[in-house]
Design a protein around this ligand. Structure first.
Ligand code: COS
Length: 378
């Protein structure tokens, strides 16, 4: 039985196994990756070691709690492996949640095996936080059988672009304004008219742009129903937002462990750093906030799994609090280490770069506050 307040022995053992696997098998593969490129051997290893099978159980969607424990455990040991796993999930969960049997049969075995790389293409140059303002245009295709469209426009800040094998693409069909005019499509990466380029970002995982120049899509490529694409996106984000929090908790725990170890060993002013009250109180604050973030993440995941109401707000709270906390904890750990933490290649230098983006992606902290506030007045 999962409680939001403590992990059971089985869950703790699973997390320990995941951490060992990640440290021993995945970290070396991550180290061999090329900045800005999809690390295909790493994605394949996620498949070979059964991690993608845990992310995509055969007959049902993943439990949010399992998703969070996966992400937190991987993040403790190797953020690149964590992110590669998460991006398969974000890219392919619209197919799991809203796709047809044919779409699932076409793509899921490849995604689960780590042979096909998935991506979630929502953001545009003029539509980031205001996702319903997206402009990628799906125009009826006169050359098709009458049930097709051609996609034209731009996507940007798309993780795994432009190298992904399949994209979940959100485009505007028809005249309905805002979120009501959005349709989700499954678009293979090798589609005619689809191109893109990498962006050099503060992020160790690949991010890029996509240009759609009349990319043909048919009725069989629609995820869900025409006009229902915004809901497809929001359902996926409801599941993934607590797990971004779990990623952040994993990073915070890694930073805290490093800080505790360092303060126990490093001597200054006649004793170990931990004997300075300024240091021990800082560590206590970091530990307390990390624990609070973990509890909020587990509680949101457990509520999601129990089908409780108000999931959008609980997911938003978990993501908001955990990502902001992780930023604080990593920064404090850097401060406690001093200059050595800023040296390129140091764990904290890496985490300091990694921890920033989750406060922006999958809904910036300000978007999470908007979602939470809306729920207060519902
Ligand atoms: N689940 C299901 N449906 C949802 C939903 C959810 N969590 N949230 C909203 N919807 C539905 C609403 O019910 C509404 O449907 P109706 O028009 O039928 O009433 C519709 O979607 C629009 O909702 P809302 O009016 O709340 O939309 P807004 O334009 O105000 O935008 C936010 C809402 C800000 C929450 C949305 O634009 C957002 O999440 N932005 C961030 C985008 C993001 O995360 N980008 C990152 C991409 S991945 S790196």
């Amino acid at each position: 039985m999962v409680t939001p307040f403590a992990l059971d022995p089985q869950q703790r053992a699973w997390c320990a196994d995941l951490r060992t696997l990640t440290a021993e098998r995945l970290r070396p593969l991550a180290a061999g990756g090329e900045p800005g490129r999809v690390n295909r051997p790493l994605v394949a290893a996620l498949g070979e070691h059964g991690l993608l099978a845990r992310l995509f159980p055969a007959d049902e969607p993943v439990r949010a709690m399992d998703l969070c424990l996966l992400r937190e455990s991987l993040a403790r040991e190797c953020t690149e492996a964590e992110t590669a796993l998460a991006l398969q999930g974000l890219g392919a969960y619209p197919v799991v949640q809203s796709g047809s049997a044919r779409q699932r049969a076409r793509w899921m075995p490849e995604v689960v095996a780590g042979r096909a790389v998935a991506a979630f293409a929502l953001s545009e140059p003029a539509a980031g936080s205001d996702a319903a303002a997206l402009e990628l245009c799906a125009e009826p295709d006169p050359s098709g059988a009458g049930d097709g469209w051609r996609l034209s426009g731009e996507k940007t800040w798309i993780s795994n672009a432009p190298e992904a094998d399949v994209y979940t693409v959100f485009a505007r069909t028809g005249q309905a304004p805002g979120s009501r005019g959005v349709t989700a499509f499954l678009v293979p990466g090798d589609s005619a008219g689809l191109s893109g380029r990498s962006l050099d970002m503060l992020s160790p995982h690949p991010i890029g742009t996509l240009t759609f120049d009349g990319v043909p899509v048919g009725a069989g490529d629609v995820l869900g129903v025409p006009g229902g694409g915004f809901r497809v996106a929001m359902r996926t984000l409801d599941l993934f937002r607590p797990s971004v929090g779990a990623f952040a908790v994993g990073m915070a725990r890694a930073a805290l462990a490093a800080a505790v170890a360092h303060a126990g060993e490093r001597r200054a002013f006649g004793g170990p750093l931990k004997d300075l009250q300024a240091v021990s109180h800082q560590l206590a604050e970091m530990a307390t906030r990390t624990e609070a973030a973990a509890l909020l993440v587990y509680a949101a995941a457990a509520a999601y799994d129990a089908g409780e109401p108000g999931i959008a707000a609980r997911s938003a709270m978990a993501k908001l609090f955990a990502t902001e906390t992780a930023q604080y904890v990593v920064d404090a750990a850097v401060q406690l280490h001093g200059a050595r933490a800023l040296r390129r290649g140091h764990l904290l230098e890496h985490l300091y770069r990694e921890v920033r983006a989750p406060r922006i992606y999958e809904g910036a902290s300000e978007v999470q506050r908007t979602i939470i506030a809306k729920e207060l007045y519902r």
